[in-house]
Write a protein that binds this ligand. Structure first.
Ligand SMILES: [Zn+2]
Length: 219
């Protein structure tokens, strides 16, 4: 089980690179081990090219490493806080992806002006508080912002994106979609004011995408 999760989490880091969400060693993915108070996360400061399943670090839900030779990501405390407080979340992703972070730098939520946003996020992508790394401040900001919100992504002010999902892959998908819509809405705004989608239509789109769209085995 843990070996499979190491492979999954390691492989998903390649998706961050493939989708241009990360520069140098920034960004990280983690995944919760089902049925155990453990999660697997990227080691700190290791090049994406050098990541292997064996270099992933297993941590307890306080963020303390329990298995692995390397130190875990410097964002481990934030991931651990999310797992402790959001039992439905089994994957967490953090990036400084360009367009989403540009919105975060302004502290402005991305308005829901695209059907793809209604589908994936069920509304605007919200902004979380400014928080310094280390300790529980980032994790608390992520949890407080996403609680009671349909969005799977939050723009942490002056920082970047945290995305969550029912699996590590779903969290990576949310991070990819967050950057995609951040870019499109940014471009749209250069040409004028994007048009909002009526809240009732946002609800209908979200419900359809979450419950009807895709292959049954996907869900
Ligand atoms: Zn960061």
């Amino acid at each position: 089980m843990i070996e499979e999760l190491r492979e999954t989490v390691c492989g998903l880091h390649a998706e961050l690179v493939r989708n241009n969400l990360v520069a140098w060693t920034a960004g990280n993915v983690s995944g919760r081990l089902p049925g155990a108070d453990l999660f697997v996360i990227k080691p700190s400061g290791v090049s994406y090219d050098d990541l292997t399943p064996g270099s992933m670090v297993v941590c307890d839900l306080d963020g303390a490493p329990v298995e692995g030779a390397l130190a875990p990501s410097s964002d481990t405390a934030a991931h651990a806080y999310v797992y402790r407080h959001m039992p439905q979340v089994n994957g967490v992703v953090h990036t400084h992806s360009t367009y989403a972070s540009a919105w975060a730098a302004r502290g402005e939520p991305i308005p829901c002006v695209l059907t793809a946003m209604a589908d994936e996020f069920g509304g605007a992508i919200p902004v979380g508080p400014f928080a310094l790394i280390g300790g529980d401040d980032i994790g608390r900001g992520v949890v407080e912002t996403l609680s009671g919100h349909r969005s799977r992504a939050v723009l942490m002010r002056n920082h970047g994106v945290f995305a969550v999902g029912e699996s590590p892959k779903a969290a990576v998908k949310a991070a990819v979609m967050c950057e995609d819509v951040a870019r499109t809405v940014h471009l749209s705004r250069q040409l004028g004011e994007p048009l909002p989608i009526a809240p009732a239509d946002v609800d209908r789109l979200y419900d359809r995408y979450q419950n009807v769209y895709g292959q049954r085995s996907d869900r």
